[in-house]
Design a protein around this ligand. Sequence first.
Ligand code: CAA
Ligand code: FAD
Length: 389
Amino acid sequence: KTVSSMDFQFSEEHLMIQKAARDFAQNECLPGVIDRDEKQQFPREQIMQLADLGFMGMMVDTRYGGAGMDTISYVLAMEEISKVDASVSVCMSVNNSLVCWGLETYGSEEQKQQYLTPLARGKKDGELYIGAFLLSEPEAGSDATSQRTTAEDMGDYYLLNGTKNWITNGSSASVYLVIAQTDVSKGSHGINAFIVEKSWPGVTVAAKENKMGIRGSDTHTILFNDVKVPKANRIGEDGFGFKFAMKTLAGGRIGIASQALGIASGAYELSVKYSKERKAFGKEIMQHQAIQFKLADMATKVEAARLLCLKAAWEKDQHLDYTLSGSMAKVFASETAMWVATEAVQVHGGYGFVKEYHVERMMRDAKITQIYEGTSEVQRIVISRSILK
Ligand code: CAA
Ligand code: FAD
């Protein structure tokens, strides 16, 4: 026999984490998920519980308040939670992959002590303590280098002015990682990333969006008016901000891909269950080949999306370049989520069109995974640049 390094088996620890996430999703997220979606209610209690489980800083070193788990564990947990409540999982994904990862990888020791440690715990003095990532602006989404928020170098501090929009955790976060222009003439090399506290003078949490999906997640516009940001709160060298954003988003895309995977696998599982219960023309609908084929296609696409997510996570854990695999996972899993959730509504017939059966919410939630952290078109730009270079 030849020795092979391929291993499709999870470790005992992975399975335990997966089970903990599944139990949490079923016991703590499922009750009330329809109501929170209807009322656009932020899942504060659920996020506090996730913090207690160590899931808000899953991959952060235990020295900095994290759980010291690997990216595979993160994918497994994200999938299980997203099967039930994608509003909870987007909050978890932003805090883990965009905020904590960025600070742990590029932050100074002081920044890690002061900010990363409570952010990874998800709590400070017993209160919720999470972060947000502020790149997008009203006039600059996909075209992220054309942003207009300015951070003027004033000597010992930067003066921050501008508007960021679509900010996940906008009102619930205490800490913002803000990407802003310091020197427009330098293009992407004139951009910096800063740690800004929501409570500082000149920071305003503006309008909350009324959304199609992930309605429990609080998405806000954030305004900066002459906000003084100490030099010590810049992340990395002068001009590192755009690379910081791109590097951070490369890992974030694994998180959103896993969210999409969870929405898809959740909608698929509900469809299998329903097709065994519902009868039409004298037999369970699963006896009709048209339904069987839908379920077969769903299962195949979900499995392919899962393998892409795990491959990207494995590459990240092995310290390999995961930019390409992360984008492939994100574009494939998000398109799978949209397709599977739409078919799940079809399998449920009229019942799929009402809130009680969950799949209509999943269809609405799935759509955002094709838009944020880089649209499907942006992922195709990243993929094609990589394969054609
Ligand atoms: N790693 C390191 N550096 C990178 C990089 C990466 N993955 N990608 C780009 N760069 C560097 C480039 O090398 C280049 O630097 P040099 O000049 O030194 O070579 C610099 O960044 C500029 O890169 P590009 O010329 O490729 O930039 P571009 O203007 O063509 O844009 C893009 C490329 C991929 C479209 C990028 O703008 C992008 O990703 N846009 C989408 C933005 C996005 O994903 N926003 C998400 C916001 S957060 C969010 O959405 C959170 C949430 O919902 C929950
Ligand atoms: P545009 O960039 O204006 O794109 C419009 C359309 O044109 C899209 O289909 C796009 O793919 C296409 N397009 C643009 N350029 C090209 C091109 N070169 N080639 C082909 N097609 C192209 N941002 C943050 O910074 N932080 C957050 O926490 C955050 N959370 C979000 C939460 C929600 C609910 C939403 C809706 C958005 C969030 N975003 C966040 C913003 C999100 O990342 C952007 O909406 C996204 O990057 C797209 O930007 P845009 O909306 O400006 O669309």
